[in-house]
Design a protein around this ligand. Sequence first.
Ligand code: TRP
Ligand code: ZN
Length: 881
Amino acid sequence: MSSAEPIRQYLKDYQRPAFAIDEFHLDFDLHEDHAQVRSRFRYRKLVADAPLVLDGVGLELLQLQLDERELSAGAYEKTSESLTIKTLPDQGWIQTVVRLEPQKNTSLEGLYRSGGLFVTQCEAQGFRKITYFLDRPDVMTSYFVRVEADRARYPVLLSNGDRISTRDLENGRHEAVWKDPHKKPSYLFALVAGDLGVIRDQFETRSGRHVELEIYAAHGRQERCHHAMESLKKAMKWDEQAYGREYDLGNYMIVAIDDFNAGAMENKGLNIFNSRLVLADPQTATDADYHAIESVVGHEYFHNWTGNRVTLCNWFQLSLKEGLTVFRDQEFSADMTDRGVQRIRDVDALRERQFPEDAGPNAHPVRPESCLAVDNFFTMTIYEKGAELIRMMQTTVGRKGFRRGMDLYFERHDGQAVSTDDFAAAIAEANQADFSQLKRWYSQAGTPVVRVQEQYDQASQEYRVTLSQSCPSTPGQPEKAPFQIPIRLGFLDSSGRELPCVAPEVRVNSDGAPLLELREAERQFVFTGLREKPVLSLFREFSAPVIVDWKRDDEELLFLMSHDPDGFNRREAGQTMALRVLERLVQALKCGETPEVNWGFVKAYGQALLDERISAAEKAGLLTLPSVALFAQTQPQVDALLWRRARRTLVGALGHAHQSALWEVYRRWHGVDSTSMATEVAATRELKNQALALLASTQTSQALEVLADQYASAKTMTDRMAALALLVESDHPERERLIEAFHEQWKSDSLVLNKWFRVQASADRDGVLKRVQALMGHPSFQVQNPNHVYSLLGAFGGNILHFHDPEHCAYPFFLGWVGAIDAKNPQVAARLCSSLGLIQKLEPSLQKQAQQEIQKVLELSTLSRNTRERLEPMMKLVSRG
Ligand code: TRP
Ligand code: ZN
């Protein structure tokens, strides 16, 4: 078994490839019970005497030839993961024939089956499950691919690049031949064969290249692909305008499939997508789905330059393409929707999911030093923190300077496999900047904490701020050197007017924004010429991914909540205030006192609710209470029962205090242009559904009635799901019947069922664990489908108040499933493990229970490296509680 002795790989051991591959011919013969793959490539030795070590996993080798002569058994060595030819001429041809059984491949990497199709997923190391090859990103070559299959069952035969020819063969079979004119690494290879519906469109690049666009989906579902098509065209245009990047093939294809481990994959010219990120219409997809589709279609498209044209020299550099491409898709979304609101969304996601990762047992740097399983690199840290790192570079040199750097990066490295250092060097050199300290964000894990102390002296009109930074230790990194932290800032006077910030250290970047850089462990900044104590607005637009530790007055927070010209910080002030209010409620409950909700906060919340100057989108962001995941970060120990009571107290207080204002907001927006999916309309839906949620928390019969009414008459899935989520929480007499009716209506639509599973697994009411256990056995639940697993088990694992409920221990159930799923699909099992990221903050007896169950999984003889790598660090820790 490959998992018997997991081998750790190290960045420091990386060496350039010993062979170049000049051309590569692949021939697929697809059948119901097997597939035969013939591969022929021309190699060239780059290092004298180097043996040729080909990667290959689970392959049945039928033939192996060197320069058209069969190799004798003694001429090569085969293990479960490789094939080594020790002596061979300096150049020549290798040919192999292997036999696969895609219909038995449950890992969803390599060549597998989904909904009657043959599909591939090669990133990161799936190509080695298809044929013997140098399956590493720094080996780039030209692909010629022939696909043969039954014509009736598989009329559509796709691969990367240009379709050179198609032809009918005997016995009802046919073939298609594809040639990709661009060299690529094996992880970008793709093949799709099946019977699919398609929609077509076109795009003309700014230099006049004509591109055929095609989106494929199961027959009957192609009409749900138009939003994805519009998104694709917007993305193509945007990359030309924002970065001067054009598309480079005559066609661009997207295929939507149902069984996919991740969101989508940027295979050259042939993206493969999880169908939840392609298919949309107002009846089956929510506003959030529409937004996610635009963003992910953009993301995969942007990879064509950041990832495909310029690729990685090894997997430790994954953030080179992912962090950068997330940054690019965030900017794309900002330009397509509302920049301020987009920033808030992105920071929420970072703080809710990446901060806990960085503070937990699986914390790792943006550029990791070692790993057991490369698949485990696809994390929030590599993606989202990596994007923040790029954003800090842009903030430091300004947008114009950053664009200069990007131009240089593409000019220098097009067609190459490079590293994060190469990227940083290009941006720095184009701006005569020095990134040596900024680059510590690549190598040091953990979220830095910046402590703020201020002092104002009326006599000298001086205002002093002392900033000190620290970063908690993370696995393998006990001590950290100071980070370079870019800080956007501003001052307000007591009437809310912006004051100039004058200090010798304040510099203005190419965007004209005032900027401070904290480079030391501690530093004092002195601002002069201030006639009154200014109200400091720090980290505007969230200019660095840090935690701010600042015991400032409530009054200042409430003031900034309504006056800060920076939209991010207006909202931030409200969030900080809400977290304080929750914290005080928890403290009061702990001491057995009557919990009292801070009146200033309740009042400010009510004012924002009716403030005509605030857009619906911003209002919705302002009024969103911080999630449990965010609150957990402010607490030393998880106390699910107390937190639940505190949240209910706060929500109830807001709902009761502002009933009439909430009704006003609800009635004003309910039913306005109710089927448009435009961003502004979506924002009004979000706002009115927030109002409905607070009203529902009061459980008045009027609220419950309106709720049921919205559910019954909803014209969009957004409104229907919002109402269903609240019904699930409520004690509405029709509750169970309506949940059942929803299933009855949508049981044939797997994507809508995902929502149905998720809403029940994320609920906050007694018996959630029982409900989730029952749903695992529901006839509609398919455990081999990753979307179903993420929607039910994944959502439950993220439901902190119930996953860590001390009265209903969920760990035996949850980890039992992790073990069972691991045997079929290690990537999915490993992803589920992030639910245990709070293990360090569990009270000792709960932690012990969790560890006992983790230990059982670790003892499974066939446990994958993926899951092992995630779980092992959880056994080493001592409770912090
Ligand atoms: N590269 C993909 C992206 O852009 C991620 C991805 C797709 C992936 N399929 C995968 C990661 C399978 C791990 C396993 O985000
Ligand atoms: Zn990506």
